[in-house]
Design a protein around this ligand. Structure first.
Ligand code: ADP
Ligand code: MN
Ligand code: MN
Ligand code: MN
Length: 340
């Protein structure tokens, strides 16, 4: 038997963007615990905007488990928040009610800024660094500074150790801005990993006195600095195996029809980012285009070359969006389009 450190992690009740919370309990297991072996636990919901003070207990229900390589016998436990009865999902618990389909694959491209002293890492105290141009996928101190690469590399290793399915990382267009990509089969599987990767990034950066700014336009919409998105790539079994131009056009028509419902769950303040500039389409338009980074949905060349088969990229979701709700909304629109 060994004593395991179980970090129960959940999303709190703050709106429009929940915070990640976590606390540790120690339990003995003969080997690395399986999900079914992990007990329900509780927390004080009155301190997380999830309950009133008089009846403050909320329940944590483990839903996914990851190894934590930073701690001896460490376990990261993603949880859903339940009402005191233990079975009714709390209103803040989006995960409990989303659409899911293991045959629909998602790839989320999470962009974010490293921040220190209230500004992007590498920005001078006054004024601005050299304008955008060389930072994207850049190399060299003048482009990436001193500790940023160390942070993103350490984060990548922590995620890989946890079994999170990273597909890549890159320096982004603005100074201090980075991206990681996570691929998963099914809404919950993929989105759990995105939230856990966010958690690991925030926690890792504590020791560097660096914060993560997930806001979609931290430098404001009037300056020539890119915002942060979370491009959401998706493919159903039908899109991968059958597809076709006719289905594609019907699907895009349904996306156009549901434009506002999509944007409603694609992250707050997106009007600041979706302006038609900086590789975005404006928030009140829906367009799609082949390899077009100025459209709402980008159709990769590979999709056309394969005969309208493969995956599509919805470029509208932003960096503060909830991947549970984004994936579910995409699935809902897909479900409205007949495949025969
Ligand atoms: P770009 O920056 O050019 O938009 P990235 O390489 O950053 O592209 O991201 C592409 C994403 O597409 C990756 O996250 C990858 O996991 C995802 N992806 C690739 N194939 C599929 C697929 N069949 N279904 C869903 N997502 C996919
Ligand atoms: Mn990318
Ligand atoms: Mn990007
Ligand atoms: Mn992209």
């Amino acid at each position: 038997m060994a004593k395991y450190k179980l970090e129960y992690i959940w999303l709190d009740g703050y709106t429009p963007v929940p915070n990640l919370r976590g606390k540790t309990q120690i339990k003995e297991f003969s080997s690395f615990p399986k999900l079914e072996e992990l007990p329900l636990w509780g927390f004080d919901g009155s301190s997380t905007r999830q309950a009133e003070g008089r009846s403050s207990d909320c329940v944590l229900k483990p839903v996914a488990v990851f190894p934590d390589s930073t701690r001896k016998n460490g376990v990261l436990v993603m949880c859903e928040v339940m009402m005191p009865d233990g079975t009714t999902p709390h209103p803040s618990n989006a995960r409990a009610t989303i659409l899911d389909d293991p045959d629909t694959w998602f790839g989320f491209e999470q962009e974010y800024f490293l921040y220190q002293d209230g500004r992007p890492l590498g920005f001078p105290e006054e004024g601005y660094p050299a304008p955008q141009g060389e930072y994207y996928t850049g190399v060299g101190y003048k482009n990436v500074g001193d500790i940023a690469r160390q942070i993103v590399e350490e984060h990548l290793d922590l995620c890989l150790d946890a079994g999170i399915n990273h597909e890549g990382i890159n320096a982004e267009v603005a100074k201090g801005q980075w991206e990681f990509q996570i691929f998963g089969k099914g809404s919950k599987t993929c989105a759990d990993q995105v939230w856990m990767a966010r958690y690991l990034l925030l926690r890792l950066c504590e020791k560097y006195c660096v914060d993560i700014n997930f806001h979609c336009k931290p430098l404001g919409k009037d300056l020539d600095w890119n915002g942060s998105g979370m491009h959401s790539n998706f493919s159903t079994k039908f899109m991968r195996e059958k597809g076709g131009k006719e289905y594609f056009e019907k699907l895009m028509a349904q996306f156009a029809k549901n434009m506002h419902e999509h944007v409603a769950v694609y992250g707050p303040d997106n009007h600041l980012r979706l302006t038609g500039l900086h590789e975005t389409q404006s928030i009140d338009k829906f367009t799609y285009g082949i390899a077009d980074r100025g459209s709402s949905i980008r159709v990769p060349h590979s999709f056309i070359n394969a005969g309208y088969k493969g995956y599509l990229e919805d470029r509208r979701p932003n960096s503060q969006g909830d991947p549970y709700q984004i994936a579910s909304r995409i699935l809902k629109t897909i479900s409205e389009v007949p495949t025969s």
